[in-house]
Design a protein around this ligand. Sequence first.
Ligand SMILES: NC(=O)c1ccc[n+]([C@@H]2O[C@H](COP(=O)([O-])OP(=O)(O)OC[C@H]3O[C@@H](n4cnc5c(N)ncnc54)[C@H](O)[C@@H]3O)[C@@H](O)[C@H]2O)c1
Length: 380
Amino acid sequence: MSRGDAIRLGLVGAGFMAKLHTFAFETAALRFPASCPPVRLTRVADLDEDLARSAAAELGWEAWTRDWQTVTRADDIDLVLVATSVASHVDVCVDAFAHGKHVLCEKPLARNSAEAGAAYDAAVAAGTLHATGFAMRHWPAVRLAERILAGGALGRLVKVRAHYLLDWAAPADLPISWRFRRASAGSGSLGDVGSHVLDVMRAFAGEIVSVYARLQTVRPTRPTPTVPGHERVDVDDAADLVLEFDGGVGGVMETSWAAPGHKTDIEFELIGDEGALRFSWARNDELQVAARRPHGSPVLEIRPVAPEDQDLREFAPAAGTALGLSELFVLQSRAVLSGLATGRWSGPDFLDGLRVCEAIDAALTSNEQGRCVPVLRTRG
Ligand SMILES: NC(=O)c1ccc[n+]([C@@H]2O[C@H](COP(=O)([O-])OP(=O)(O)OC[C@H]3O[C@@H](n4cnc5c(N)ncnc54)[C@H](O)[C@@H]3O)[C@@H](O)[C@H]2O)c1
């Protein structure tokens, strides 16, 4: 694939994420033409005809359909973006790979590791690009933290702490939807937002080898949206995990979508034996770093993510001009498009998606059995 050829996109799922992905791929192609091929918004599919039609009319997709296989099997589509509710991820991905497509699939990759393993096997057999939508990994401060850790400034990594807390699901009158059903989502806040931070923690500390988890369902029932009544919720609203990583690194992860007052509250901290660093989404263009010094103990300093750190001049002319969620997705799209142009993909892939599903499986078992559970690696 040469840089001049347009990448023909197919989108499956025209819900909340459709706008972000459409904006992100168009913007990446426009703002980063040296590394990204142009894109065509070829076809969008959604089971909900109104959503599919309005994605075409309002977001600029050339054609719409209710039938996702019209995307996965099409000769005029190169890259399939999978942004459906989690239950259909594996079927859509496997079919897309069987028809030679590149795939970016939203997180969590699947409801469980058995499904994620099937998607990973199909990706490997196809030999095409496979990316899991762990967008945080493309965030400049996360990449800067990786470089600081790799450069040895923190010494030996001892512990990783992270949380991802939200409050949109705190209201008791919020109606039930696919996210609150294990059959359609696999888990609750743990897979929905915990998967992002578990993946980021892995990027620093290596694979998760064991998990002790305590899950809570804050709202055990929620109103049904169309008829009067309530339905039982069988997933977590909140999860606390104690983790062990390869090499004995420790970890603590908290997640919730029902924590009043928390608005996209994402933080992580790396604690080494000679220094530490901390990231907070609230100040997402800087890191707090207490790095090793030749003499004396580490001193805390603010390390801005300057544009020159990450080739961000297209967005941020100077350090301190904050980026936001849309730019995060543009950076993810830029990575995918330049990966297609070069034939190399170093971002989070389906093995990363599978590893996180394996850790979540272990967390669910741990919560059920009240004990620490080893993470079973099913592939790789
Ligand atoms: N990366 C992030 O930060 C982020 C943020 C939000 C959601 N997500 C992920 O994106 C995915 C979608 O989430 P959302 O919030 O957009 O959900 P949503 O409910 O708003 O949209 C999902 C859409 O998929 C459609 N759909 C379901 N099965 C389908 C099928 N077989 N064929 C065609 N369409 C189908 C539904 O009709 C719905 O319109 C989920 O995996 C979610 O976890 C990621």
